[in-house]
Structures are given as structure tokens and as C-alpha cells.
Design a protein around this ligand. Structure first.
Ligand code: 13P
Length: 256
């Protein structure tokens, strides 16, 4: 089964509203027609509404970088999935390693958020990834297995099919140190195998798994040439229109 590639820009804590609007306008123009791939931008909460207005009617989707695990209530400083939908989002990034690391998010919480996002009609992008010491001590697959199983716990087949997974090795984020295409492929294929064991082949074959960690214009083509890499979750290189457009327009050598 062929999976539609998805290039997602995670703008993290960058860009004022004015800067976000400028970037969104540039992307809207450059990515006017996307026939065989999806593009997504995830600005900070403050810019969501303005960017949403610009992207209306374009082929670039809008997502958020996090959400609360409740629909509403007394949760000062938090943003609910209903508010994200209201602001024009169709995707939400969950369990990014920066949230796991700096805000103590556990896979159990990510799982709660994931199920609520799905119930509210948002497509979750659930992030997993090992730290450098975990990779160096040979624990990569154990860590990925635990994070994946716990974060996606109790999803139905239909829910999993509507979920995107992102493999982001923590040591590759913002460091300029990308996983080699072979290193990334090895983990992507492992994650797909995990899904296969629980949900069967057709679900496993349909779930998109993105790679994140120093994705740049000069490495995207070789990453996308890997059979289990279905797109990118991009930080730094998504902040410049030219770079992100190049990533969306990745080319893989034809085997035909
Ligand atoms: P960089 O592309 O800046 O390494 O960030 C990756 C990332 O964390 C995307 O979510």
C-alpha cells in the first residue's frame, strides 16, 4: 500500500504573529498545488488563527504543537483540542521529546491526549525517540518499543490508521547530526513491525511514520528514499520558506 508522504514543520517557540503570517503567505504561494504529498505547519498557539486565515483554501494543513488532555475547565495556561479545532487545526503534535524532557510528559499522558485528540477529530502526530545515552548503551529498540506501546495504548485499528507516528532520535534534534537513512529506516521498520504484531499487516502498512531530527534540504531525498520513512517532522529547516518548500518537494530516484 502506498502511503501519502507528509512534510510537517514544527515551528516550536519561534515567530511573532507578523513573522508567522509572512512565512505562511510564502508557503501558500509556493505550495499552491500538492497532488501526491501533504504539507503541514505547526506554529505557536498565538499565531494559529492568523495562519489559519491565510491557509484557508490552500493545500497546506495547520496543526498545533501540544494540547491539554481535557476538553475544558480550570487548567490555567492550557489549550484544549476544541480550541485547536476552533482555531483551524486538523493536526496536533503530541509527546515531542522537548515536552517529555522539559515538562515531564509521560507516555501515559501522551496516550490520554492522543485518544482525546482522535475523539475530537484531530490527527495526532505521536513522537517517540531515544536519547544519546540510550542509543549508546544499546537500548534504542527497548525505549522505542515502550514509548510506542504506551503512547498508543488501547487505540482501535481505525484510530491507529488516523494517527501519525514520528520517530525523532533526541540526539539528532537541533544538533545538525541526522540519523543516517539506514539508522532511521531500521527504527521505522521496527515501529511498523510493532504495529503489525498488534494490529496486523494492513493497519501497519497504512500508518505514516515521519522522521525528525536535523532534516535539511541536503538530506531529505535520501531519507525519503527509505521504504518506511513517510515524511519529515522538521524544526529549524521549516522556519525558512525556501528550505521548507524544498523539503516538501523532495525527490526520490525512480526505480521504474
Ligand atoms: P530540527 O529539525 O531542528 O532538528 O528539529 C526536529 C524536531 O524536533 C521537529 O519536531
Amino acid at each position: 500500500m502506498s502511503r501519502r508522504p507528509l512534510m510537517a514543520g514544527n515551528w516550536k517557540m519561534h515567530k511573532t504573529i507578523e513573522e508567522a503570517v509572512q512565512l505562511a503567505n510564502a508557503l501558500k504561494e509556493a505550495l499552491a498545488k500538492l497532488n501526491d504529498r501533504d504539507a503541514l505547519v505547526c506554529p505557536p498557539f498565538t499565531s494559529l488563527s492568523s495562519v489559519s486565515e491565510i491557509l484557508k483554501g490552500s493545500s497546506v494543513f495547520l496543526g498545533a504543537q501540544n494540547m491539554n488532555d481535557n476538553v475544558q475547565g480550570a487548567f490555567t495556561g492550557e489549550v484544549s483540542p476544541v480550541m485547536l479545532k476552533d482555531a483551524g487545526c486538523s493536526f496536533v503534535i503530541l509527546g515531542h521529546s522537548e515536552r517529555r524532557q522539559y515538562y515531564s510528559e509521560t507516555s501515559a499522558l501522551v496516550n490520554q491526549k492522543c485518544r482525546l485528540a482522535l475523539a475530537q477529530g484531530l490527527t495526532p502526530i505521536v513522537c517517540v525517540g531515544e536519547k544519546l545515552d540510550e542509543r549508546e548503551s544499546g537500548k534504542t529498540f527497548d525505549v522505542i518499543k515502550t514509548q510506542t506501546k504506551e503512547s498508543l495504548n488501547n487505540l482501535s485499528s481505525e484510530q491507529l490508521k488516523s494517527t501519525v507516528i514520528a520517530y525523532e532520535p533526541v540526539w539528532a534534534i537541533g544538533t545538525g547530526k541526522t540519523a543516517t537513512p539506514a539508522q532511521a529506516q531500521e527504527v521505522h521498520s521496527f515501529v511498523r513491525q510493532l504495529i503489525n504484531e498488534t494490529y496486523g499487516e494492513s493497519v501497519a502498512a497504512s500508518v505514516r511514520i515521519l522522521y525528525g531530527g536535523s532534516v535539511k534540504p541536503d538530506n531529505i531525498d535520501s531519507l525519503m528514499a527509505q521504504p518506511d520513512i513517510d515524511g519529515g517532522l522538521v524544526g529549524g529547516a521549516s522556519l525558512k520558506a525556501g528550505d521548507f518548500v524544498r523539503l516538501v518537494n523532495f525527490q526520490v530516484p525512480c526505480n521504474c
